[in-house]
Design a protein around this ligand. Structure first.
Ligand code: DP6
Length: 315
């Protein structure tokens, strides 16, 4: 059977960075994210005797090497027999630029395999399957505000709970990162001294973020998001890696400037230079104008839904 799924990416308010179990992608710590409406991957999967081998086409390009291998290994987790698969995927955003393409990518792939192979998995099992492709994908199965702990994620609040939140993603670079998250986090766990301190602070931070989302306390949310992003990047720097660039620093300065009178936005950086500016809908116009001084390329997302099945196949 042919199956097609659209999955949204997500931005982590509290970051996943480090694995307790490297093979299984079991995280060192809980993470909390917001699913991003319209920042998505669409994937069609079909298993058929017609295919002489597995094929994976991403953004119109036939994939080979490591990327193909990663997808084949993932399919092998659920493949029922020797039938080969064709997978066609499109990202509607730059791949590998710190917008977690692996999050929407593996969430879409997990859900399309679920349907194509009639696995009838629950969302929690689907989340656990997606995790084995990429950690951040664990959260993208669900919409709204999501928490991932251990093997699987769950929804904390649906996307309509705080519909006014926006994520302004400033595209400063579309280059694929040189050091993968997997490699970066493994090095960080080994080398960073501050890593343990961050881990110690996390339970309180997690509690506070959940509360801020529950009570829609934007100022508190923005403060914690920035703190956790800075904390993660401090650990990463101690491992001799820097995912940020000069312009990322300029954006951080600008946000601090805007927030001087009152906190109306917060920055968050994943493993890339492109800032996610979290704010409320009523401030978007003003902040966009300021950000445009640094880059004219912006994506704007509101809280989005979880994975969606569609009959509009890609082939
Ligand atoms: C900084 O999910 O890409 O975006 O599990 O090795 O595939 P793998 O890593 P990945 O790491 C994402 C890290 C992050 C923070 C986050 O999304 O929580």
């Amino acid at each position: 059977m042919k199956a097609t799924v659209i999955a949204n990416s997500n931005i982590a308010f509290i970051k996943y960075w480090g694995k307790k179990d490297v093979e299984q992608n079991i995280p060192m710590n809980q993470s909390i994210s917001m699913t991003l409406d319209g920042i998505s991957t669409k994937t069609t999967v079909e298993f058929s005797e017609r295919f002489l081998h597995d094929v994976f086409i991403l953004n119109n390009q036939i994939q080979t090497g490591r990327k193909l291998e990663r997808v084949i290994n993932f399919i092998n987790l659920v493949r029922k027999d020797n039938t080969n698969a064709k997978i066609v995927s499109f990202n509607n955003f730059p791949t590998g630029a710190g917008i977690a393409s692996s999050a929407s990518g593996f969430a879409a792939l997990a859900a399309s395999l679920n349907k194509a192979l009639d696995l009838e998995m629950s969302d929690r099992n689907l989340s656990s399957l997606a995790r084995q492709g990429s950690g951040s994908a664990t959260r993208s199965i669900f919409g709204g505000f999501v928490e991932w702990q251990g093997e699987t994620a769950e929804q904390l609040f649906p996307e309509g709970h705080w519909a006014e939140i926006r994520d302004l993603i400033v595209i400063l670079s579309e280059e694929e990162k040189k050091i993968s998250s997997r490699k970066g986090m493994n090095l960080t766990v080994k080398k960073s001294k501050h890593y343990k301190t961050r881990q110690k602070h996390l339970p309180k931070r997690i509690h506070e973020v959940k509360n801020a989302i529950k009570k829609k306390n934007f100022e508190r949310l923005a403060e914690i998001i920035m703190k956790d992003s800075d904390d993660m990047h401090k650990c990463i720097e101690e491992a001799g890696i820097n995912y940020l660039n000069e312009k990322s620093g300029e954006v951080k300065k600008l946000i601090k400037e805007i927030n001087k009178k009152k906190i109306i936005c917060g920055y968050s950086f994943d493993a890339g230079p492109n800032p996610h500016i979290i704010t409320l809908e009523k401030h978007v116009k003003e902040i966009k104008k300021e950000l445009n001084k640094i880059s004219s390329k912006l994506l704007i997302a509101r809280p989005g839904a979880g994975v969606k099945y569609t009959e509009e196949h890609l082939f």
